[in-house]
Write a protein that binds this ligand. Sequence first.
Ligand code: GCO
Length: 454
Amino acid sequence: MAFRKDFLWGVGTSAYQIEGAAMEDGRSPSVWDQYCHEDGGHIKCGHTGDVACDHYHRYKEDVELMRQLGIKSYRFSLSWSRILPNGIGAVNQKGIDFYNNLIDALLENGITPCITLFHWDYPYELQKKGAWLNPESADWFAYYTEVVAKAFGDRVKWFITLNEPQCFLGMGYYDGCNAPGKRHSLEDMALMLHNMFLAHGKSVITIRKYVQDAKVGYAPTCGVNMPLTNSAADIAAAKKQYLSIDPAAWIWNVVLWSDPVVLGRYPEEDPFFAQQFRRYLPENYEDDMQIICQPLDFYGQNIYNGSLWQADAAGEPMWTANPVGNPRTANGWPVTPDALYWGPKFLYERYRLPIMITENGLSCHDMVSLDGKVHDPNRIDFTHRYLQALKRAANEGVDILGYYHWSLLDNFEWGAGYTERFGLIYVDYATQERIKKDSFDWYRSVIEENGEYL
Ligand code: GCO
């Protein structure tokens, strides 16, 4: 059994993290451009995405690298403000041209494009109008979707509406640690979430209207809660924790962000939802569920790591520290391969949709060695272990459609600027030279064998 024959082996990127050309050909700023520049900048070392990997000018070279890598599919996002400089209204033809060229280059090389409509870089012009708090925000996103679907839907069939709402709403508008760096009340957040869900629903409806045979999904994130042991009690405790909302960290959960989209209802029984959140939702919010909950072709999830949980004496979930000395990635995230077993399993049990791993990967201390190469044994070992776990889930009957490694290139890692390297390809930012890391060849061979020998 193992991986399906048509398994989508891929890599992922996002527009602001790689494109550069931030002020070129009619693109207008997103909240990330603003956040990188305002008040002297909020990014480590004062970095910005102005140039990034210069992918806007080097996309042909990058697609050629993808061809060599042998990927079946490439997940990338569109810069909304490159296509619609005002966020709505007039279309910037040069923006459309760029993505047309990229899509055609992918197809010429036998690579299936998978478009993420929105990956954090919200048009600044719409931010000035209140962004997700504005009741019109769902229609803005639907209009943008229509422009995209009409322009590319003849060749692109795979679409992801929104990437990591936990981050662009939670970190952007509540914690204030990502663009646009705001700190709104819980009341505002409830309205934003609801508008964001409506945006998702209207976007799916729009894609289906204009794109024949479209495959549509959603790509939230969240650390996985994994059982400490394989006992039934620990498994039940971990699953319970994974499917509940921790009031102390309410933005980091699965159910609040995915139940409305997939199940057509908020997690009404959850104590945090019932006691603290529901009261701020618009009156008759249930009436919107028909729009919000559209049939999806897959359930995407970005999975990087997990935490361990066990059942306490009463059977309730109890957090347990990782073993002393548990490995960590360069940016300090725990290495927990089983997250790619338990995450897909629990998600499949709840949502009954084919699972797509829309992101997984790690930051390493990559450097160019004296031999001119970039040796990254840790990335190979990490990915090997995680894919073994994913394969185990597939073997046990979890329908897994594909896996997008994050990322193709080292790139602009948001608040960390260029200080973290997640790529299978090393980028020398001074020259924009690309150097394939050892993991590039390793991943190519995994793809060639469809993961047979993992
Ligand atoms: C996302 C992610 C990526 C990050 C990656 C590593 O929004 O999907 O945040 O953009 O670069 O997760 O942190």
